[in-house]
Design a protein around this ligand. Structure first.
Ligand code: SAH
Length: 343
């Protein structure tokens, strides 16, 4: 059974072959992504014979909600089962003004950040474009999000390093942003990377792409190397150069994320160095106080420290503190590790 989710128009046309009128491909595309049908047998505008033909060899391919963990703050962490039995996590974060879905791009993660629980899983495999889009559809449906007119934000900040699965991430992006597809606003889709420099350059050349967020997490090359071993290959200096060269769209700016670790990278000197590093970049900074977890050898700084850090950075660039969401159910940044209950 192959999945229909993840196919673009031309691929659907090919799949149908010459025996069906071409508009059928568009109809199926709309049913999959705009109307968000989990089962094409229910789509009565398609001829029954075609529905049967499709169902014989293909599943739509939504991931199944294996478990859901509801936080006291409204956040929901989902353990989603894929066709091969593997699972990934995605997170639903409702707010007054908007809704955000955080999705995964790989099963596990190959980037070995020392403060992140997902790193402990290692990489199992890349997700397909259909599995990436499917997370958004399944979670929107589970939360009864209407199809049209919702202020839905999607962030690729769950398990995995999106730029190490770029082809599938880009294909999913085209479907998510296509008006005839999921119809998300390009301003509401963001990808976060640990800093895979050649892929940042590649991303910049794509006409249809998410906004870019970069996990900075340290103020010196040495400290970053300790916390994020990937920086041994992709140096901080070169990363910032790639950021300077990045072709931002007129409405766009870069986001830098900075995980604050008590006594490690949260000093005022660190904050001043961050300001220097980001000089001349059109950007904002999101501070994330460490979300703690078992086997993570760091502590969360006190609120006063976080605020003091913000004050310094704020003088130079817009700087926000990311509110922790769903820590009680291990749904917060860096806590996605497939544990079935809070430990
Ligand atoms: N691999 C990508 C996508 C993951 S995004 C990346 O590195 O950007 C997850 C964000 O959460 C990153 O900015 C990461 O630095 C941050 N993070 C990881 N572990 C964390 C933790 N324990 N507490 C707070 N933030 C964490």
């Amino acid at each position: 059974m192959s999945a229909l989710l993840g196919l673009e128009i031309q691929e659907l046309e090919q799949l149908l072959g010459p025996d069906h009128p071409r508009f059928r491909a568009r109809q199926i595309y709309a049913a999959l992504y705009r109307e968000r049908h989990p089962d094409l047998m229910q789509v009565s505008t398609l001829p029954l014979a075609l529905r049967r033909e499709l169902a014989a060899g293909h599943a739509v391919g939504w991931p199944a909600v294996e478990r859901r963990f509801d936080s006291t703050d409204g956040t929901r962490r989902y353990l989603l089962a894929l066709a091969d039995g593997k699972t990934v996590e995605a997170v639903w974060m409702p707010e007054e003004e908007r809704q955000t879905v955080c999705i995964s791009t790989q099963v596990g993660c190959p980037v070995d950040c020392k403060f992140c629980m997902t790193a402990l899983l290692g990489l199992e495999r890349n997700l397909t474009a259909g599995e990436i889009v499917g997370q958004v559809l399944a979670i929107a449906a589970d939360n009864r999000l209407a199809v049209e007119g919702q202020r839905l934000n999607v962030v690729m900040m769950g398990q995995g390093e999106p730029l190490l699965n770029l082809a599938n991430v880009l294909k999913a992006t085209r479907i998510l942003l296509d008006r005839a597809g999921c119809g998300l606003s390009p301003r509401r889709l963001t990808l976060s990377t640990a800093g895979i420099i050649p892929k940042i350059e590649e991303l910049g050349r794509e006409p249809v792409r998410p906004k870019l967020a970069i996990s900075l997490n340290a103020s010196t090359e040495e400290a970053r190397r300790e916390l994020m071993p990937i920086t041994r290959k992709y140096h901080l200096k070169d990363l910032l150069e790639a950021c300077r060269a990045y072709p931002l769209r007129p409405w766009e700016r870069l986001t830098f994320e900075y995980v604050l670790l008590k006594g490690v990278n949260d000093s005022e000197a660190d904050a001043r160095r961050v300001v220097k590093l980001l000089a001349n970049l059109n950007c904002k900074v999101n501070l994330i106080a460490l979300n703690p977890g078992p086997e993570i050898p760091f502590e969360t700084p006190d609120t006063e420290r976080v605020l003091a850090f913000q004050q310094i950075v704020k003088r130079a660039v817009p700087c926000f503190i990311r509110k922790p969401r769903g820590r009680d159910v291990f749904a917060a940044c860096g806590q996605l590790r497939k544990v079935s209950s809070p430990v």
